[in-house]
Design a protein around this ligand. Structure first.
Ligand SMILES: Nc1nc2c(ncn2[C@@H]2O[C@H](COP(=O)(O)OP(=O)(O)OP(=O)(O)O)[C@@H](O)[C@H]2O)c(=O)[nH]1
Ligand SMILES: [Mg+2]
Length: 274
């Protein structure tokens, strides 16, 4: 339930027995408390060495006001030999703050794989996940968290009422969401891919996430729909990104469409559901 690091600190040399069960090397941080934090925030920090520290700072200022019992899980997974300094930057942030955990593993997948590795490392009663590239306001974590708590929800998220990342992305997103609604009707969600997404631990533990790539957001929503989670959304603004070119390539759209159809078929096959 808690991180491998905590287990190794607690058990000392005996922790060697657990190697293979818990990936101890993944977690760098010194969260010594054995108590479960109220809120874990998983921050996707892929290739964000130059910007992640300031994002973390603004996130912490919001958290300190609204939910001082927080934990941050910074996901700085990396591809070797790319010169990506993110793992060192997030490990350093974790070293300086006992409430921060760094996940710095060699990547075996893309965004979904990173998200899963962060969710597994989170120990909180409620778990939030947000992109760490600054396109989503850090304060949204608190707005969505409050919505979840006040309305006793299983799951809450934002929807992007305004997008500043260009007409092309806006059109793709509109078509994609319409298609999603047609294939998976009845879900109270306008914007499948928006984050932060916030869920109770009990909701998270009922999910079985497999997607390694962009489709993970849709996979979460498909499973939330299947399990009839009590959910709601709050509106937000999505900013453009200036520090790097977009990572999203035209091929990703085809991947999304193929996955949507495949997952629709899976919903009809008992026992084959993902
Ligand atoms: N592109 C990409 N993002 C990843 C990967 N692993 C984790 N991420 C995280 O996923 C989050 C969302 O990816 P983005 O590429 O920003 O997606 P987006 O905001 O929809 O699109 P762009 O900003 O246009 O690239 C980022 O904050 C990354 O930290 C990966 O392998 N590729
Ligand atoms: Mg982005």
């Amino acid at each position: 339930m808690n991180t491998g690091r905590q287990i190794s600190e607690f058990l000392g040399p005996l922790s060697l027995l657990f190697i293979g069960t818990f990936p101890i090397h993944l977690y760098q941080g010194s969260r010594l408390s054995v108590e479960t934090p109220n809120l874990s925030v998983v921050v996707l920090a892929y290739r964000s060495a130059g910007t992640i520290a300031s994002f973390v700072e603004s996130l912490i200022s919001c958290l300190e006001v609204a939910e001082p019992d927080w934990e941050l899980v910074l996901v700085g997974n990396f591809f070797p030999d790319t010169g990506d300094k993110t793992p060192w930057v997030v490990a350093d942030l974790a070293k300086k703050n006992p409430k921060i955990v760094a996940v710095t593993e060699v990547k075996e997948g893309m965004m979904g794989w990173d998200m899963q590795s962060g969710l597994k490392a989170a120990s909180g009663k409620v778990i939030a996940v947000i992109d760490g590239d600054g396109q989503m306001p850090a304060k949204d974590v608190i707005r969505v968290y409050k919505k979840l708590k006040e309305n006793n929800l299983d799951f809450a998220k934002t929807y992007r009422a305004q997008r500043d990342d260009g007409a092309y992305r806006k059109i793709i997103s509109t078509v994609y969401n319409a298609l999603f609604q047609a294939l998976f009707p009845g879900l109270n969600s306008r914007d499948i891919n928006s984050k932060p997404k916030v869920m109770t631990r009990s909701a998270y533990s009922k999910m079985d996430l497999r997607s390694d790539g962009w489709f993970i957001d849709a996979e979460i929503m498909i499973q939330a729909r299947r399990m009839r989670f009590k959910m709601d959304e709050v509106e937000t603004v999505f900013h453009s990104i200036d520090s790097r070119p977009s990572f999203v390539k035209p091929l990703s759209i085809l991947e999304f469409l193929a996955n949507l159809v495949w997952y629709r078929v899976l919903e009809f096959l008992p026992g084959k559901k993902r």
